[in-house]
Design a protein around this ligand. Structure first.
Ligand code: FE2
Ligand code: FE2
Length: 315
């Protein structure tokens, strides 16, 4: 079920062992849009990234022996390598938030407790299904932000380079967890039931955690009553570009029996970044190439227009 186009994008998955030194100089207290609510919405999600990445890696690793398809297995190994490095870099970013006095470690601790319980109680196939659902959400957020790099004009170049390297690699491997799940769980009706149950569990787990984390971080940052910031966040999440609206809209197609993550083929946008990175070896320049790309409505048809500027500082 939904396996006929699963090989799309496998040749895109490349591990880049990049390190982005993070400190209070390049991770501002309100690093996203210079805005507390929007930043803490992102922090609420990013707090769970290191442990969440290790969970999905571990889940894929536990399925390796069951994978019948060597290509899926090879992609899974590359996926594991990518996620291990993402977790390392986000650990460093989150630690800087803590240095700012934002208790990201506390909300991460709550996520870890829940994750340990689920890991202990759920089957490998169900954990694999939840991993596929989380990766679907990650892919949608990455897709929206890849189309809107202008949202990061006020973010430090080192930090946005790190985030966009991650968004690109999340897009590269966006079908891998899904394909691992389907291959390991055998496909058919059983897989479909597990897949939809995993999505419902991911929603039941993810959305309350996201809202709870953000509320706590805003409270600790004394920003709960910053209504101007709340209005800005509402615009970004629900209207322009509507990150959360698109995440919510992406839930429904997932319940189609024929759904596959590459139904939304957005390789053109990541190829802009990849080409610039291959030419320069510099993720900051690769971000800039993306920033200078002509905006398109149909990203699958987007011509990969490359403009790499030689210097930084003039966003
Ligand atoms: Fe990742
Ligand atoms: Fe991922």
């Amino acid at each position: 079920m939904a396996l006929e186009n699963r090989k799309i994008g496998y040749d895109e998955v490349v591990t880049r062992d990049l390190h982005f030194p993070m400190n209070t100089g390049n991770v501002a207290r309100h690093w996203f849009n210079n805005d507390p609510w929007t930043t803490h919405w992102m922090n609420a999600i990013l707090a769970a990234v290191p442990d969440g990445e290790r969970w999905v890696m571990n889940s894929a690793r536990r399925q390796l022996e069951k994978l019948a398809d060597p290509e899926v297995r090879r992609a899974a190994l590359e996926f594991i390598r990518q996620e291990r490095i993402h977790a390392r870099e986000h650990d460093e970013m989150n630690a800087v938030g803590v240095q700012h006095g934002v208790p990201i470690n506390k909300v991460e601790g709550v996520f870890k407790l829940i994750r340990k319980q689920l890991q202990h109680r759920l089957s490998d196939d169900m954990q694999s299904s939840i991993a596929a659902a989380f990766e679907h959400f990650t892919a949608i957020i990455s897709s929206v932000l890849l189309e809107h790099p202008e949202l990061f004009d006020d973010t430090h170049p080192e930090l946005r380079a790190m985030l966009y390297w991650h968004f690109v690699e999340e897009t590269e491997h966006k079908s891998v967890s899904f394909d691992v799940f389907v291959d390991a769980s055998g496909g058919g009706l059983r897989s479909y039931r597990l897949r939809t149950s995993g999505m419902l569990l991911a929603i039941a787990l993810g959305f309350p955690i996201m809202i709870g984390n953000q509320t706590y971080l805003l409270y600790k940052d004394r920003q709960v009553f910053n209504l101007r910031s709340a209005a800005h966040m509402a615009k970004v999440l629900f209207f322009r570009p509507g990150i959360l609206s698109k995440v919510l809209g992406g839930v429904f197609p997932y319940f189609s029996p024929t759904f596959h993550p590459w139904d939304d083929d957005n390789r053109a946008v990541i190829r802009v970044w990849k080409r610039a990175y291959e030419q320069t070896g510099d993720p900051q320049k690769a971000f800039k190439a993306l920033r200078n790309r002509r905006p398109t409505k149909q990203h699958a048809e987007a011509p990969p227009t490359l403009t790499v500027e030689p210097a930084w500082g003039q966003a």
